[in-house]
Design a protein around this ligand. Sequence first.
Ligand SMILES: Cc1cc2nc3c(=O)[nH]c(=O)nc-3n(C[C@H](O)[C@H](O)[C@H](O)COP(=O)(O)O)c2cc1C
Ligand code: SF4
Length: 675
Amino acid sequence: MSDSLSPLTQVWTPLTIGTMTVKHRIMVTGHTQLYGKDEIISDRHIAYYQERARGGAALLVLEQQAVHPAGMNYHAGCIAWERRVIPQYEKLAAAVHQFGCKQFVQLFACGTQGKGTMYIDHWRPLWAASRVPSVIYNETPMVMEQEQIDEILKGFGESAVNAQLAGIDGVEVHAAHSQLLGEFLSPVFNKRTDRYGGSVRNRCQFVIEIGEAIRKRVGSEFTLGLRLSFDEFLGTAGITPEQAEEQLEIFAATGLFNFFNISGGGYHTLHVAVAPMGSVPEGFMVPFGKRAKDVVGERARVFIVGRIIDVRMAEQILVDGAADMVAMTRAHMADPFIVNKSREGREDEITRCVGANVCIGRLIDNVEVTCVMNPVMGRERQWGEGSLKRVAQGGAKKIAVIGGGPAGLKCAAVAAKRGHKVTLYEQTSELGGHLNLLKRLPTRAGWQAAIDNLARPLEKAGVEVRLQTVATTDLIVDEQPDIVICATGASYDRTGYSPYRIDRETIPGVAQSYVLDIADAVQKAHADVTSLGKRVLILDETDGYLPLGLAEMLANGGGHVEVITPHLFVGEDTLKTLEMPHLFPRLKAAGVTLSAQQFIEAITDHQVEIHDIWGGERRTVTVDTVILAMMRSPNDALFHDLRSSFKAIHRIGDAVAPRKLEAVIYEGEKMGREV
Ligand SMILES: Cc1cc2nc3c(=O)[nH]c(=O)nc-3n(C[C@H](O)[C@H](O)[C@H](O)COP(=O)(O)O)c2cc1C
Ligand code: SF4
């Protein structure tokens, strides 16, 4: 085994945290997956964590576990205060310990960041430090009195004992991200005038009492720490780094805590806490780690997080004395084996997190979390390490995969890894399909890393790639493959058909030469940003990044751009992926007009008539170009042609039905495993 990262001296050294020792310095912070069953972590969870332990991580923090019914905020979220959680915690501890990995549990209460009517069996008012509703949930909470404070204190104590009894290695109290304890610490959320509010010291009081309540139950030997937001990114209104330093001094002086896990942001600034592609420099919170270490000294360990996706950066952070442990959280969602691969000189095999934020988008949607780059995430029980079945001796088939987009790439690599002889046909000169459109937009160069993630394994698996090869029926028939897989993708619809106007099949005037689909428009604008003229109208029904990124590109090039959508607001999906708060200020600054709940009535001679979907007056705008980002249609003609020539023929991805990226990559993986 080569050890190409052997010059890395710090990252592979063990660390003592309280009374326990981790084998090296790379960890994974808590991240909610919504895999819970009956409010308890499920076997899906355990398989997920075990895979990261097997992959080499030194320390894993289990996703937030509520300490009280008033603390729960997601369906399929989990609790910790009842004894019935212990068996699954035991199973989790055993599963990760097998690989020399340590496991903490994160304990929390949601405060104002939830919905009081989420669980039908216990509707309740939200409990919060003060009467400050969540910017996301917008529900006025009840201000906690001593009775509720005591209940929460008891819940933390009970929950920590459960973790300890189960053989979990430590407990992290979640006091970051403007959940309940983060609210108590924050001047934005805590307006109290009693002993829990008013000064930095008073705002720390509740967290200190929680530390004391836990210590009383688990003793001084059990590892205990805090997760804190070092900056709420709300200017002087919120927790500032200077206040965080004061808080840290107060907490460190109590001697209650063995570690401080430094994060940043809250519900107003989740887009910084879980920063998407192209929005922040990698390791952007590292200076917070350094400042935290300067305050804490040797009294406790400091962990740092924030878009760290490479072990070399972790090494540098440690060398610079900016943390004791480095968290690479989404990096482990994308590739559970990132540590072992880095350590063993197999960095070229790492599937890198690209910051697409499909993961957090799914959490915000309240559905089970997975990673767009890693369809195995959450499916480790079926598809985890060692599950790929090699084809039997003599059973290898000659497979033609047609289309080098995400589904085709994934399918080809997986099928070839199993031993099949795979040829991939791609008609253009580059692999990646529609990701090549995205990567051409401002700040989106990171999509090339996604293409690399998908394309890199082809060579190792022995896939023969034929670029600039149009796979005609004749060509494929001549090649005589045993199996044909059509991954021919989809094309943007130019008919103007919209589910918003089911009374008609088209938009009158849509056939004009200055009406383009979004794919053509991106290509043209990329070649010459002025080629679409000065005045551009984009009709968006995708809710995604592509039309907005094009709007930004055109506006930066001097164009006057308006984006309209019939939907409730423009770019809905970019809110879930936390891209909106980064992108929209740029769009506004560039002068892009965003108009929701509007649709095109007709296009005539560079005039576009626009109607509001609720009625009222119509308006007409003069344009050089109209761009349609509407439905897509499968490119399935070849599939239907080839069907009469091949018995073993399949189609996958957008060629079946155009869908989101994560769905088509999943389908590529599935076909690659089953074929
Ligand atoms: C899907 C998802 C769920 C998360 N859930 C939690 C959570 O339960 N508790 C928490 O403290 N942080 C949570 N986070 C934040 C992460 O712990 C981490 O701080 C964040 O992903 C930034 O680190 P990274 O850039 O290494 O991914 C979550 C992040 C993601 C992407
Ligand atoms: S979905 Fe995107 S951001 Fe989330 S872990 Fe996967 S690659 Fe990273």
